[in-house]
Design a protein around this ligand. Structure first.
Ligand code: HEM
Length: 360
């Protein structure tokens, strides 16, 4: 277990050699539904699969080329969600709207209401939780991957799927990478809903978020980043050494599993003055990086969707905050100066009141 952010930085910078990202645990779980996913690939295959995600998700760009389309989709879906929510926005309603947005942005408008693929992924993923123990359901896996291949084939212009079709490198095995994306979009929805709950508990930050008008929406991005710092949706970053590695005077043998436990680094109150506080500002000043905070990991294995998640989440928060005021239910407001270690968003219903048109 990695105990310092300096050692975490080393492990992440020296990925994939000697710290391979395709650990035994990841093979055991991910092979259930994405046997050719980049996370469990090595060598030239890993390079092609990772490059595919980098290219389509535009990992290096804060503003994805499809931003106008993403904004249009979100600005259609967010008001519908609020109309349906009435006075209380539940995780269930938010998640359904979020996945409509994901499907429209990935495959096009025709896929917005097609919940079959999402349902298949949920089934295959719950099987994957059995990891080493559960026998693989190859029929279900093949059905899921061929449904993704068919959805990609019929992807409309101006979608992630259309960009994926244009890359054309078959070694990339697009359907396996897209399975990982669809699975990971769940985490992005959770982070966005939790950020909304934090803003509903903190009127000063909510008002700053409402005023965030710069093109990259820096304050909203910072709110999302800090929400994922406080409650990492991928708490364990795993590696496995492919040779002996030296740590000071000691040698750690090849084949050792390495765990970077993000909550341990992100909530270290002996080191971080803001450990348990909502502190979006640390992401505006570069302090977050200087303190070694890594909610999306770092180095060559960093999440390729970091920018995309921050963009879609910020656009969603912006649309919701423009239309409505949010409050936490009585007695459930978060104390943003002393936040709990875990956050159960499943049962939360955020109180919602439409803003008068002249106040928007
Ligand atoms: C809150 C949302 C998300 C968080 C916090 C997050 C975080 C992470 C983390 C920590 C990793 C592991 C990196 C490592 O092993 O060093 C990862 C990998 C990955 N993520 Fe995300 N992720 C999110 C959402 C997404 C989304 C929405 C997508 C796709 C659209 C995505 C695509 C990927 C892929 C493809 C990998 C594997 C990268 C590789 O093989 O090198 N993630 N993510």
């Amino acid at each position: 277990m990695v105990l310092s952010s300096a050692d975490a930085r080393r492990v992440l910078a020296e990925t994939p050699e000697p710290f391979q990202s395709d650990t035994s645990e990841k093979h055991a779980t991910l092979s259930h539904f994405e046997p050719a996913g980049s996370l469990i690939s090595r060598g030239p295959e890993r390079a092609a699969r990772r490059a595919f995600s980098d290219d389509v998700l535009q990992s290096g760009c804060p503003l994805h080329i499809l931003l106008p389309r993403f904004r249009q989709v979100i600005e259609e879906e967010a008001p519908m969600l609020l109309a349906q929510a009435g006075e209380g926005l539940s995780w269930g309603a938010f998640k359904d709207a979020w996945f409509r947005i994901v499907r429209r942005c990935t495959f096009g408008d025709h896929a917005g209401g097609d919940t079959r693929l999402t349902a298949l992924l949920i089934r295959v993923r719950s099987r994957a939780n059995g990891a080493f123990l559960a026998p693989k359901d190859r029929v279900l896996r093949d059905r899921t991957l061929s449904s993704i291949a068919a959805a990609l084939h019929s992807a409309e212009p101006n979608t992630l799927g259309a960009l994926a079709k244009a890359t054309g490198d078959r070694r990339a095995r697009p359907e396996d990478q897209v399975a990982q994306w669809l699975f990971a979009f769940d985490a992005a929805g959770i982070a966005t809903f939790r950020a909304l709950a934090v803003l509903a508990s903190d009127p000063a930050s909510a008002s700053q978020a409402r005023d965030d008008a710069a093109p990259e929406l820096p304050f909203l991005r910072a709110c999302l980043l800090d929400t994922v710092r406080l409650w990492p949706t991928t708490p364990a970053v795993l590696r496995q050494t492919d040779r002996d590695t030296r740590w000071g005077d000691a040698i750690m043998p090849a084949g050792t599993g390495v765990l970077i436990h993000l909550p341990f680094l992100h909530r270290d109150d002996e080191r971080l003055p803001f450990a348990h506080r909502f502190a979006p500002k640390v992401w505006l000043t570069g302090e977050g990086e200087r303190w070694g905070l890594i909610p999306f990991s770092g180095g060559p294995g960093e999440c390729p969707a970091r920018n995309l998640v921050l963009l879609l989440g910020s656009l969603m928060l912006q649309s919701l905050l423009r239309e409505s005021r949010f409050d936490m239910p009585a007695g459930e407001a978060l104390n943003t100066s002393a936040l709990p270690a875990t956050f159960d968003h499943f049962s939360l219903i955020i109180r919602t009141a439409r803003l008068r048109a002249d106040l928007r």
